[in-house]
Write a protein that binds this ligand. Structure first.
Ligand SMILES: Cc1cc2nc3c(=O)[nH]c(=O)nc-3n(C[C@H](O)[C@H](O)[C@H](O)COP(=O)(O)O)c2cc1C
Length: 463
């Protein structure tokens, strides 16, 4: 079996729409990757796109003529864009210009790509690329929102250096992320997710929380995992039994949903995902620094690490010998979660904060803890319960949303817990970005996951 035939898109017909962005050259690499995954790719270009990259390049690499004109007929007199629309298993538009987003949002089929998207029943994935100011403009935001409402997957552009010489959000997402989004969109469709064809997408809202969803594409998810080690001397420390499994499961689940992931790890006993950026933080103090450093660029912070509550007040400079057995004097460590919540409160948009509470014997304190710490979600578990503690692949948790009754979840694999948790995180992000959510944020209110604004009382400010 060839490498292509074994790929994730083996036997699939993918339409690749290229529009007139400086990032059009990156569509060549995207085409190569789609082909390497086994897809047969038909390229469509706007007239502007052809000014950036010659159609000959795409024709050569795809082995098919490029369609550039909505008025074009095929040699057998069939209408080009209608044939493309019907033969596509999925359409991916990358890069998508501000102009194209506007045309698509309003259904103006003046170019071959909008015409094809309008005529198709296939899932559509859109990867915008433009100057940061253009992407932040309310007109573009509204157009992107509208594409969400169509049920399209939008792979958010990355933040970085732009062709304009400025730095901001507007860089075309990396080709592998766009390919992942196409694979996920097809998987979601195969799983029965309604799309445009079924006209069953909720009006005004992108279908959320679906299997294989890339609903965290363009988000930066930061996860802490593992246990901290508080030194007694250069070789000994106070640690805990955390293996890092829960945090790593969240990181892996977030990567699968298209997020950029930073994993801040202490002591772990499991392999770390290669696609995540790894920051090692041995002690609570180091973890605090790492979390606070990265927080301003964070959309979601999930603090799954088991952080020490206290550490030796003094650390011996040399290894202590048997006859030097110390009496350990302990001091409290920094409360990273509370500090992160305080800092997050000053950021706009405010990152979604997920705390974890490992308890023994009772979860009675969890609701009060969630409120006091100022988190959006608190995952509490009783580590003495069978299957729910350290070092096992399963967990039985209770989710606490401040102000709501605690939700006990059944015993699940840690990956299932992670996916369910990220469903809730994605729902919070989406509610915040709804018009009602934005209004509430502007008025200094918090928004719950249903999009309902709830006033944040001073009592909810973390300690
Ligand atoms: C050098 C250059 C680079 C451009 N890059 C972008 C871009 O990255 N994103 C964008 O939305 N528009 C960009 N534009 C503007 C578009 O090319 C222009 O809006 C065009 O009408 C888009 O047409 P289309 O959407 O039909 O492809 C650029 C223009 C120039 C001259």
């Amino acid at each position: 079996m060839s490498e292509a035939a074994a790929g994730r898109l083996a036997g699939r017909s993918i339409v690749l729409g290229v529009t007139g962005s400086i990032a059009a050259y990156k569509a060549v690499e995207l085409l190569r990757r789609l082909s390497a995954e086994g897809a047969r790719v038909q390229v469509l270009m706007t007239r502007s796109a052809a000014a950036f990259v010659g159609p000959l390049t795409f024709e050569t690499l795809s082995g098919q003529p490029v369609l550039q004109d909505p008025l074009e007929l095929l040699p057998d007199e069939r209408i080009g864009h209608v044939v493309a629309a019907r033969s596509a298993d999925a359409i991916v538009v990358a890069p998508a210009t501000a102009h194209w987003l506007a045309a698509m949002a309003t259904g103006l089929s003046g170019d071959v790509i909008t015409a094809t998207c309008l005529a198709t029943a296939a899932p559509v994935v859109v990867a915008p690329a433009m100057d940061a100011g253009m992407y932040a403009h309310p007109a573009t935001r509204a157009n992107v929102e509208r594409l969400h409402a169509f049920g399209y997957t939008v792979v958010e552009p990355a933040t970085g250096a732009l062709a304009s010489g400025l730095v901001g959000q507007g860089r075309l997402a990396e080709p592998e992320r766009i390919v992942d989004a196409v694979v996920a969109a097809l998987a979601a469709r195969a799983g029965g997710e309604p799309g445009l064809a079924g006209a069953a997408s909720p009006p005004g809202g992108m279908p959320r929380a679906r299997a294989g969803a890339v609903d965290l594409a363009g988000r930066h998810v930061v996860v802490t995992a593992g246990g901290t080690a508080e030194p007694i001397d250069p070789v000994r420390f106070i640690g805990n039994r955390s293996s890092g499994r829960m945090g790593v499961a969240i990181a892996e689940a977030a990567l699968a949903r298209g997020a950029r992931v930073t994993l801040i790890v202490g002591q772990t006993a499991v392999p770390l995902p290669g696609a995540a950026t790894i920051i090692h933080a041995a002690t609570t103090a180091e973890m605090r620094t790492a979390v606070l450093d990265v927080l301003p660029e964070t959309d979601v912070l999930a603090m799954a690490a088991a952080v020490a509550d206290f550490r030796p007040r003094r650390r011996a400079a040399a290894k202590l010998t048997r006859d030097q057995a110390p009496t350990l004097e302990l001091e409290p460590t920094e409360d990273i979660l509370a500090e992160a919540a305080q800092t997050a409160g000053r950021l706009a948009p405010r990152p979604v904060l997920v705390g974890f509470a490992a308890e023994t014997g009772s979860l009675d304190r969890a609701a009060e803890k969630a409120r006091r710490k100022g988190v959006d979600l608190l995952v509490a578990n009783d580590v003495l319960e069978p299957g729910a503690g350290f070092g096992v692949d399963t967990n039985r948790v209770t989710l606490v949303v401040p102000g709501n009754a605690p939700e006990p979840w059944p015993l699940m694999s840690k990956r299932e817990v992670a996916d369910r948790l990220l469903d809730r995180v994605a729902a919070i992000l989406s509610a915040r970005e709804s018009p009602a959510g934005r209004e509430a944020q502007g008025a200094g209110e918090s928004v719950d996951r249903t999009g309902t604004a709830a006033a944040r009382s001073p009592g909810e400010v973390p300690e």
